[in-house]
Design a protein around this ligand. Sequence first.
Ligand SMILES: [Zn+2]
Ligand SMILES: [Zn+2]
Ligand SMILES: [Zn+2]
Length: 133
Amino acid sequence: MTAAKRAIADALVASAIDLAADELTRRVQSTRPEISPSTVYRVLDEFEELAIVEHAHLGHGATVYHLAGVPHGHLVCTGCGLSFEVPAELFDPLARDLLERYGFTLDRHHVAVAGLCERCRARDQDRRADPSH
Ligand SMILES: [Zn+2]
Ligand SMILES: [Zn+2]
Ligand SMILES: [Zn+2]
């Protein structure tokens, strides 16, 4: 278990992006094939309880995991599924409004903000400008 924990923590540290559990399992198994997917899930649960790891939901896609620490939000494109991270401060004005007007505390990280990425928006506009495409 300790070896599994270390391998999983290493894989999370090495990754610049949030990882779904199956991708994380693949990376861990590339060096330690004996670590099962259920062990990965168990360790992720434990890491979350210890606040070492956080998870987020990217649209209809899988839950992703990453180390706790750097506050950020997620944007996900409903056209192509692209997702990326943005600084948490971006949501500060919205968070302030929600707190003032509704007494609601925004969780900037847990769920991704859905929309269209730059490329999908451009493609949409092309199609509208020229319906023969
Ligand atoms: Zn994240
Ligand atoms: Zn969740
Ligand atoms: Zn897109």
